[in-house]
Design a protein around this ligand. Structure first.
Ligand code: PMP
Length: 342
């Protein structure tokens, strides 16, 4: 079994007595000092408006991703960008296809923009069923969403499954490849999103600074894709809608990428340790490629909640918990070990 890399002081847990908020898949680490410094400097100018429409941020991101600036659209988190995408390609009453359960934002935003949702159940292993999703696309469908990794299970569709799916989707349908957690995927399982975008002009890759970059409170997300499609999505950009801290935070984060990668490694090591320990206890947990674990089974969510561990809960009693905080991992293990003993 893997040991966590973060030294664990049991007295810390005994003394904290605090609730653990593990329901939002947040990064447990506070902003890096260099990022905080950059933010502080911008805050001194908070009386000034940001750019009317963001130009600098798409340039900074495009440069890092390796695409042209006109292939990037930015917005208020991946959530804001996803909604902009829907608004730009749909007409009222159109359908959006996604797997369920999923990131709650998709059904919520579909409702806001007036799209009807076609929800395709996950397979028994907690994976998105791309064949059924492709088959669910009809002539009223304008958007289909594939998450890689998937939320809430953390599972991955394979590169081959994704290729087959993209080849099967009609070109008039926009595909959102949601890579909100992509930085937690190991290299062996990575897909070349840039190559996919070059091949499929109807594909938009959606990413965020909320998770691996630990900037959820700043609300910065982006999508990249073909210039034609990005141009349509940019038409829905809210004037002054991206805050002036975003460029500074993203630039400082890119400059500190090795430190952020070290944090990601700590989170994924903790994830593997916690999953192995849970499996050992008899809890069913799909292999996760994200910064959370999905604990399957009745009673899990309530057992955690009873001791103040806040998880994202599901109708069948399953729970999704953020990983990375070793103190929280110990609390989860203690609770579920006690529950297993009855
Ligand atoms: N996509 C997925 C799959 C998510 O889980 C989340 C956040 N939980 C988002 C998008 C949105 O992230 P944000 O708006 O914070 O960038």
């Amino acid at each position: 079994m893997l040991e966590p890399t973060i030294p664990f002081d049991p007295s810390q847990f005994a003394l904290t007595g605090r609730n653990f908020e593990l329901g939002l898949s947040e990064n447990p680490f506070p902003p890096l000092p260099s990022v905080l410094d950059a933010l502080t400097s911008v805050m001194a100018q908070a009386n000034k408006y940001p750019e009317f429409l963001p130009e600098r941020l798409p340039r900074v991101i495009a440069n890092r991703v390796g695409v042209a600036p006109d292939q990037v659209v930015v917005g208020s988190g991946a959530t804001g960008v996803a909604m902009q995408i829907m608004q730009s390609v749909m007409t009222t009453g159109d359908r959006i296809v996604f797997a369920l359960p999923n990131f709650d934002g998709y059904p919520i935003m579909a409702g806001i923009v007036g799209m009807r949702a076609t929800a395709v159940p996950l397979d028994s292993a907690g994976r998105q069923d791309l064949r059924t999703m492709a088959a669910a696309i009809d002539r009223r469908t304008s958007v289909v969403v594939v998450c890689r990794p998937h939320n809430p299970t953390g599972t991955l569709v394979t590169a081959a499954e994704l290729e087959r799916f993209l080849a099967a989707v009609p070109k008039r349908v926009t595909v959102i490849l949601d890579e909100a957690y992509v930085e937690f995927v190991n290299a062996a399982n990575a897909v070349d999103a840039r190559a996919l975008v070059a091949k499929h002009p109807n594909l938009l890759v959606l990413r965020t600074f909320s998770k691996a970059f630990g900037l959820a409170g700043l609300r910065i997300g982006y999508a990249f894709g073909s210039p034609q499609l990005i141009e349509r999505v940019r038409r829905w950009q809210l004037p002054f809608g991206v805050n002036s801290a975003a460029v500074a935070a993203v630039t400082a984060s890119y400059a500190a990428e090795h430190e952020l990668k070290a944090r990601v490694a700590r989170i994924t090591t903790e994830r593997e340790y916690l999953r192995n320990s849970l499996l050992h206890l008899g809890v069913r947990v799909p292999r996760s490629f994200a910064n959370f674990l999905f604990l399957k089974g009745p009673g899990i969510a309530s057992a955690l909640e009873d001791v103040g561990i806040l998880a994202k809960t599901y109708a069948d009693g399953s729970a999704r918990i953020a990983v990375g905080d070793p103190v929280a991992s110990r609390a989860v293990l203690r609770t579920l070990r006690a529950a297993a003993r009855g």
